[in-house]
Design a protein around this ligand. Structure first.
Ligand code: YZS
Length: 259
């Protein structure tokens, strides 16, 4: 059975993450369905995509499927990790991808909505960036998504505390474009997408690509890159990483030792 639903209305595609049993955790299976759906919508020349969860869901997505993270000694967020593949396919979609948020958004799913072009949410929306809870050395591309979207002190607060941020604050710091009534969430999002669909798609497609290329135009030296990868490796080779993943699976708090 499919883990997502795909609908199209005029030039607008709607992908609904629909695996409530697993709180829409971004497993390799769910991710591959979303990526295939984006490919299909692109082939059908769908100009705008809305990414949503089912109505009344408490959790929009619980983030990376922790059960699929390596237990130790392997980069949990390498280039071909399913989450990274999903983020690139959203970034490279040749038209706006709008995240429509009802419910809480965790870890990698928070990175996903930062990667979407716009975020429309209602009061139930909450956002938490969780690598420091799971001992994960977050990848540099992911950090950049937050640097590009938020004041750096707010991004750091999210990463350092791993606490949920509520919808009002998320609006004030710029995570959310529009905070709307629950009852109007879908109609508002659809209306925004409909407005965009009346504009020049050729123009929007290239502007999105310019934002993507320019927002990544940071040069670092090979040795700086290798140093950062080396520092990250110390973290995913550590006791604390293994302990945090094990603690999650055993449903208990992690006992971090700093080594
Ligand atoms: O006991 P069962 O087998 O039914 O499974 C439980 C949870 O273990 C499972 N589950 C997950 N499985 C894999 N990956 C996940 N991310 C995940 N989250 C939950 O779903 C079943 C129901 O979960 P409960 O905890 O019983 O549900 P509930 O009491 O309603 O609480 C919902 C929340 C979302 C508050 C709770 O499940 C939770 O805190 N989940 C973890 C959220 C999280 O920290 N996600 C970040 C994952 N990490 C990443 O995305 C990045 C790699 S990073 O860490 O770097 O940010």
């Amino acid at each position: 059975m499919s883990l997502i639903q795909i609908e199209t209305e005029k030039k607008i595609g709607i992908i609904t993450l629909n695996n409530s049993k697993k709180l829409n955790a971004l497993s390799a299976e769910l991710v591959s369905e979303i990526v295939e759906a984006l490919d299909r919508l692109q082939k059908e020349k769908i100009r705008i995509v809305i990414l949503r969860a089912p109505e009344n869901t408490k959790v929009w997505s619980a983030g990376h499927d922790v059960k699929e993270l390596p237990l130790k000694m392997r980069d949990p967020l390498s280039y071909y990790d399913s989450l990274e593949i999903l983020l690139r396919s959203v970034e490279e979609y040749p038209g706006p991808v709008i995240a429509m948020i009802h419910g809480s958004v965790w870890g990698g799913a928070c990175d996903l909505i930062m990667t979407c072009d716009m975020v429309i949410a209602d009061k139930t929306a909450k956002f938490a960036m969780t690598p420091a809870k799971l001992g994960v050395p977050y990848n540099s591309t992911g950090i950049l998504h937050f640097i590009n979207r938020l004041p750096i002190n707010i991004a750091k607060e999210m990463f350092f505390t791993a606490e949920l941020m509520d919808a009002d604050r998320a609006l004030s710091v710029g995570i959310i474009n529009h905070l709307v009534e629950e009852s109007e969430l879908f109609s508002f999002t659809l209306k925004l997408a409909a407005t965009i669909s009346t504009r020049s798609h050729l123009s929007i497609e290239v502007i999105k690509e310019q934002f993507r290329v320019l927002s990544k135009a940071y040069a670092i030296t090979p040795s700086a890159f290798e140093r950062v990868q080396g520092l990250r490796r110390k973290v995913y080779d550590s006791h604390d990483y293994e302990e945090a993943i094990t603690a999650f699976l055993e449903k208990r708090p992690a006992n971090f030792k700093g080594e």
